[in-house]
Design a protein around this ligand. Structure first.
Ligand code: NAP
Length: 473
């Protein structure tokens, strides 16, 4: 596939192979952008903004609705690309493509609700006879940098609101999964988006990232990815807006009065969705000691039923990790934990990029898999007997995206909701529950700002005040 620069689909001799991690076959190639391409993207995006900021809200909304229709009518095609270039099974990929339709539709709807307010100028002496208000204006060129794990919908979470707001966008998708992103850009152009409004540049982040991020023509960097890249980008960005959707180590408390079947089923799914490569994937399960043994037995039993393998087969529950190197990293972390005294209750094995769904207990605090985001198909069980201690344990690590608690006790639920230090608390769902239109983001190392269409639109627009001095009134 090609990249889109200055209204043209272009290729380069220097190409990047896009590989299916299940069988290592080359699915396609994309151009590896060079510094001249970065400059083309930047200068074209500035011109694109001159077009996008003058487009009516009606036109922007119609384009987004049409793009949603295009994706919906080719859902299987989109799902197959997601499944082939990434880790998701075809069933997981279909869900992602369906969510992308919703993300684009909600972006269209939210474009009509970019509202301002009147300002009571006479609320302080000296402001009499003034009337005025503020609009929310597009911010300018938005640089969208996206990760591999939701290669379509997380791109839509940036392109949808950026276009809804009237911005121009430079998209740099993850190098391992650029195809779904390019297909989305194609759908937008087919839906009528002037191609100058969107630049899609493919290339290695460590090579083309700095000149894009640090350029003063970019007015906002909207980044989703890991903490390390996030810190680097924050250091390079200079004076511009930054949105950061970073990693986590999602804690889930299972209290003694929990609906056990519900908790087991949601947490198994939440642990192993997309082979655990999910920013809200369950990593730490803090289970009340009164139900710990029963929960553990049922959890391990269900995990053992997971079918892993070919992503395109309808009955596969979990596919491979994104690369064999990533799978080796997870294998190493499991071994390190087990060498330090953790017990592997099931899983632990690896073949190529396939890692068995793995459940651990007795994981010591100095094991990497305890305190770092694992981003793989492993989960740790910890017994707890005191709510304050469970909440303190959940809050003990430097992340805070989503947390969850299973309980039937409304007081326990409210206490957890109030005291868990994170961007959202799910009650009787695992952390792996997200509505695309809810405010989504984290505290601490999990990020800065919020996504979720209406909330992304706030981040991607700026208030502009208009004040009339009307001495004659
Ligand atoms: P990553 O390695 O940080 O890469 C994310 C994106 O950043 C890629 O497009 C990457 O390009 C680019 N990048 C890397 N270094 C860069 C630099 N110096 N300058 C500019 N861009 C740079 O993350 P990933 O492995 O794709 O994704 C996994 C991480 O994303 C996990 O930590 C996960 O928790 C997080 N995540 C967070 C959310 C959320 O909403 N909070 C959602 C999904 C994922 P290349 O591909 O070319 O390296």
């Amino acid at each position: 596939m090609k990249m889109l620069l200055n209204g043209q689909w272009v290729d380069r001799d220097d190409k990047i192979d896009v590989i299916d991690p299940f069988d290592n076959s080359v699915i396609d190639t994309v151009p590896s952008a060079n510094n001249a391409d970065v400059e083309t993207a930047l200068s074209a995006a500035v011109k694109g903004f001159e077009i996008s900021k003058r487009m009516s809200v009606y036109d922007r909304a119609q384009i987004l609705y049409k793009a949603a229709q295009i994706i919906s009518s080719r859902l299987e095609e989109f799902a197959t690309i997601i499944a082939r270039e990434g880790s998701k099974t075809i069933n997981e990929a279909r869900k992602e493509a369906g969510r992308c339709v919703n993300t684009m539709t909600c972006s269209a709807e939210e474009s009509k609700r970019i509202l301002g307010e009147t300002i009571p100028w006479d609320s302080f002496p000296g402001g009499e006879k003034r009337r005025g208000f503020y609009y929310r204006f597009p911010i300018g060129v938005v640089l969208a940098i996206t990760p591999f794990n939701d290669p379509l919908n997380l791109v839509a979470h940036k392109l949808g609101p950026a276009i809804a707001a009237g911005n121009s966008v430079i998209l740099k998708p993850a190098t391992v999964t650029p195809l779904s992103a390019i297909k989305l850009v194609e759908a937008l152009v087919e839906a009528g988006l002037p191609p100058q409004v969107i630049q899609c540049i493919t290339g290695i982040g460590s090579k083309i990232g700095d000149p894009l991020v640090s350029d003063e023509r970019v007015r906002m960097v909207s980044f989703t990815g890991g903490v390390e890249a996030g810190k680097h980008i924050a250091g390079k960005a200079g004076i511009k807006k930054i949105g950061m959707e970073l990693g986590s180590d999602s804690p889930v408390i299972v209290w003694k009065d929990a609906d056990l079947k519900l908790a087991v089923e949601s947490c198994v799914s939440g642990s192993f969705w997309a082979a655990g490569q999910n920013c809200i994937g369950v990593q730490r399960l803090l289970v009340h000691k009164d139900i710990y043994d029963e929960f553990k037995t049922q959890f391990v039993e269900l995990t053992k039923k997971y079918k892993i393998g070919d992503k395109l087969k309808e009955d596969t529950d979990m596919g491979p990790m994104i690369t064999e190197n990533e799978a080796k990293r997870v294998e190493k972390w499991v071994k390190e934990a087990s060498d330090k005294g953790a017990k592997v209750l099931t899983g632990g094995g690896r073949k190529g990029a396939l890692v068995e769904p793995t459940v651990l207990e007795n994981v010591p605090a100095d094991a990497t898999i305890h305190y770092e985001e694992v981003f793989g198909p492993t989960v740790n069980l910890y017994p707890v007997d005191d709510l304050d201690k469970a909440i303190a344990e959940a809050n003990s690590l430097p992340y805070g995206l989503l947390a969850a608690i299973f309980t039937r006790d409304v007081e326990v639920a409210f206490k957890a909701a109030y005291e868990l230090d994170c961007g959202g608390v799910m009650i009787n769902d695992s952390t792996d529950y997200r509505l695309d239109s809810m405010p989504f983001g984290g505290v601490k190392y999990s990020g800065l700002g919020r996504e979720g269409l209406k909330f992304s639109l706030q981040e991607m627009t700026e208030p502009k005040v208009v004040c009339f001095n009307l001495p004659g009134i």
